[in-house]
Design a protein around this ligand. Structure first.
Ligand SMILES: Nc1ncnc2c1ncn2[C@@H]1O[C@H](COP(=O)(O)OP(=O)(O)OP(=O)(O)O)[C@@H](O)[C@H]1O
Length: 266
C-alpha cells in the first residue's frame, strides 16, 4: 500500500496497553480534551507505564500541549477520565518557554527554590539541606554564578537550564515537558537531554512533546503520535513510519477546529 493510500484510509491503531502487572503512571479512559466545549483531542485510551520515557509528536495544532496540560491537571477532560498513579504533588510540569512571563521579578535561585514548594510550603524556611539541593541543581545545569541573576536577564537557553534545575529539586515521579528543546543550541539540548536520561535511569516517568524526530528516535523508546486523536502509540520505530506521519498530517488538514464533540465510539 502506498503512503497516499494509507493516509486516505486512516485507521486509528490500537494504543499501547500498560503492562498488566506493572505500575501505571497515567491512565486515559476515552478521554476528550478541549476548550469552550470544542474538542482538541479525543478518543484517547491507553496508559503510560511507570518509568517509561515517551515522546508526544504530531503536527502543529495536533493537541500535544493540550494533552500535557491535562496530565499536569491544568485543564479538566471534557469527557472520559484521567487517572494518575502517583499523587498530584509528585507531578512536575515544564510549560513551553513562550508561555512564561519573563518580566516576573525573580532570580535564578528563587526560581529553582520554587521546586520545593510542595515540601516546604510557599513561606516555609529553606534549611541547610534544601539549600544544598538547590545549589546542587543549579550546578548540575551549569548555572553556578547566576544565582542572583533576574530571569528577565537570562538567555532562552539559560532560562531553560534554570527551569530544569527547578525540576531537579522537585523530585517528581512523573515529569511532563512541553517542547523542552525548542530553539535551544546543540550544547544546551545535549546537556538537558542528559538530565532526561538521568530521570529515566532513576525510573521516573517522563513524557515530552517534541518536534525534532531525530531526537525522538535517538532518545525516546516510546512515542505517541497524535493528530487530535491517537494515530499510533508504542515503540518509537514502529510509530514513526512514513505512513503514520502522513496520516497524522492529513488528519490535521482535514480536521475542523470548531467541531463539537464527536459521537464515534472510542
Ligand atoms: N487556550 C486555548 N483556547 C482555545 N483553543 C485552544 C487553546 N489552546 C489550544 N487551543 C486549540 O487546541 C488545538 C490544539 O492545540 P495545542 O496547542 O494543544 O496543539 P499542539 O500540538 O501543542 O500544537 P503546536 O505544535 O503548534 O504547539 C488547536 O486547535 C488550538 O487552536
Amino acid at each position: 500500500m502506498s503512503a497516499d493510500q494509507a493516509a486516505s484510509a486512516v485507521v486509528v491503531l490500537p494504543v499501547q496497553a500498560a503492562p498488566a502487572d506493572g505500575p501505571v503512571a497515567v491512565r486515559f479512559d476515552n478521554v476528550t480534551l478541549g476548550y469552550d466545549r470544542h474538542p482538541a483531542v479525543h478518543h484517547l485510551d491507553g496508559a503510560l507505564a511507570g518509568g517509561s520515557l515517551t515522546a508526544v509528536v504530531g503536527p502543529n495544532g495536533a493537541g500535544k500541549s493540550t494533552l500535557l496540560k491535562s496530565i499536569a491537571g491544568l485543564i479538566k477532560p471534557l469527557g472520559g477520565r484521567i487517572r494518575l498513579g502517583q499523587p498530584r504533588e509528585r507531578v512536575a510540569y515544564l510549560p513551553q518557554l513562550s508561555d512564561l512571563d519573563r518580566s516576573f521579578p525573580i532570580g535564578v535561585y528563587d526560581l529553582v527554590a520554587m521546586g520545593l514548594w510542595h515540601r516546604v510550603g510557599v513561606f516555609g524556611r529553606i534549611g541547610r539541606r534544601e539549600a544544598g539541593r538547590i545549589e546542587d541543581a543549579i550546578a548540575a545545569v551549569g548555572l553556578t554564578g547566576f544565582e542572583r541573576r533576574p530571569i528577565g536577564k537570562l538567555s532562552g537557553g539559560q532560562l531553560q537550564r534554570a527551569l530544569f534545575a527547578r525540576l531537579l529539586v522537585q523530585d517528581a515521579a512523573l515529569i511532563v515537558l512541553d517542547e523542552p528543546f525548542n530553539a535551544l543550541d546543540a550544547k544546551t539540548t545535549a546537556d538537558l537531554l542528559d538530565l532526561v536520561h538521568r530521570w529515566h535511569r532513576e525510573e521516573r516517568t517522563v513524557i515530552a512533546a517534541l518536534h525534532d524526530l531525530a531526537t525522538v528516535e535517538q532518545t525516546f523508546p516510546e512515542t505517541l503520535l497524535i493528530a487530535r486523536e491517537p494515530v499510533a502509540w508504542g515503540r518509537t520505530a514502529s510509530v514513526l513510519t512514513p505512513e503514520n506521519l502522513l496520516s497524522a498530517r492529513r488528519m490535521i488538514e482535514a480536521s475542523d477546529p470548531h467541531a463539537r464533540a464527536c459521537d464515534r465510539a472510542a
